[in-house]
Design a protein around this ligand. Structure first.
Ligand SMILES: C[S@@+](CC[C@H](N)C(=O)[O-])C[C@H]1O[C@@H](n2cnc3c(N)ncnc32)[C@H](O)[C@@H]1O
Length: 374
């Protein structure tokens, strides 16, 4: 078993660790080995029957007439759910030890600001991506458990494959930003929807002098994330705020970003978040949002593969977000059309060959769309 990546993740009892590994392996197998084998049915049966004008909805519907696709949907849903449940069971079995650890790390260097009066948005799914209890689950009396389970699930399940600290996305994006904007060196950085800080921490490592803040509406991720960041020696702030209206002064950040936040927010909230980004940035500052590539970057068959996430993985806003005209929305929020950009950040761990087998499901690059404030 690999060593725990930080002091807030503890070794699991062997029966639970075996279950966790099984569901993680099954997720990877289904994505990397089984899903591609459904494609010939599309090419030889569905595409000829539907013709070249078929959109993602028609393709997804026709693919579901194929028994192997239905079996894949059922198995994938179950693997996803069980993987999260097992990580949560491990965390629940370690709550006292984790609490003691959290207490011991309480004095930083990471900072934590909670706002118990902050309203929790209605649109945030309670079972997002089949994670029972969701991000804000505080039922068990240990209010960091949902954050600990999220961290564990992403770090351990091989389908995630973003490194033990789940920081490949952050490091890869930083490298791509440096290449695209060589003059850019932020003093104040804000991540919206940071959960436990997987993507946040690489920004502090990249610009150690910068003040780096992560906000989220859900307390468990922030509480756990601050302890995890302290365990890793990262001087960052976790603050409970809504990305739609953060309360920070206008023009107070050089870099405002999100990672896999916007496919989980409704259209109205997404628009408010773009406006808030524009308000928060200083002239010359950069906004970007990293998520899976939008539909206009993909062929119709690849678009249709999102059907499982949207309808069976509790991701109801993916359809709307991936169909959004991002540049039109950035313009509506105040950014100039000529200042918008789309980039792909090649994965650094894939390039290094690190855990190459595990990373094979992710395509080896991360999408981001954004704009620089003129
Ligand atoms: C998929 S997670 C983000 C993961 C994280 N960005 C990372 O890279 O590790 C989505 C997060 O967005 C948060 N969220 C949803 N709506 C929000 C909002 N309006 N303001 C702040 N956080 C929000 C959720 O609570 C959840 O923690």
């Amino acid at each position: 078993m690999p060593p725990a990546p930080h002091a807030m993740m503890l070794t699991a009892a062997s029966d639970l660790a075996t279950r966790e590994a099984f569901w993680g392996e099954l997720q990877t197998f289904l994505e990397a080995d089984v899903r591609p084998r459904l494609r010939p049915h599309y090419e030889h049966v569905v595409a000829p029957a539907l013709g070249p004008a078929a959109d993602r909805h028609a393709i997804a519907g026709a693919m579901l007439d194929y028994p192997a696709t239905r079996a894949w949907y059922v198995a994938r849903t179950q693997a996803q759910r069980q993987a999260f449940d097992t990580s949560r069971a491990i965390v629940d079995s370690q709550l006292d030890a984790l609490s003691a650890q959290l207490e011991a790390l309480g004095n930083g260097p990471a900072r934590l600001e909670l706002d118990p009066d902050l309203a929790f948005p209605d649109y945030v799914e309670r079972e997002a991506h089949n994670m029972a209890g969701g991000y804000a689950d505080e039922d068990c009396g240990h209010f960091f458990a949902a954050g600990a389970a999220y961290d564990r699930a992403l770090a351990i399940h091989r389908v995630a494959a973003m490194g033990p600290l789940v920081d490949d996305v952050g490091h890869s994006i930083v490298a791509r930003l440096r290449e695209a904007f060589p003059d850019f060196a932020p003093h104040r950085v804000l991540e919206m929807g940071c959960t436990v800080g997987h993507t946040l921490l690489p920004f502090k490592q990249a610009w150690p002098e910068a003040e780096v803040i992560g906000i989220d509406v859900a307390a468990p991720g922030l509480v756990f994330g601050a302890a995890r960041a302290s365990a890793l020696g990262a001087e960052v702030t976790f603050s409970q705020r809504n990305a739609e209206a953060t309360g920070y002064p206008a023009g107070s950040f050089d870099l405002v970003f999100s990672r896999i936040l916007l496919h989980e927010t409704c259209e109205e909230a997404t628009r408010a978040i773009f406006r808030e980004c524009h308000r928060l940035l200083r002239p010359g500052g950069i906004m970007f949002h990293s998520d899976a590539p939008p539909f206009d970057e993909l062929d119709p068959y690849t678009q249709s593969l999102r059907d499982w996430d949207i309808r069976f993985n509790a991701e109801p806003f993916m359809e709307g977000y991936y169909a959004m005209d991002l540049e039109a929305e950035f313009a509506r929020a105040g950014f100039a059309a000529e200042d918008c950009f789309r980039l792909y950040a090649p994965s650094l761990i894939v390039a290094r060959g690190y855990r190459a087998e595990e990373t094979r499901t992710r395509g080896g690059r991360y999408f981001l769309a954004g704009a620089r404030k003129s």
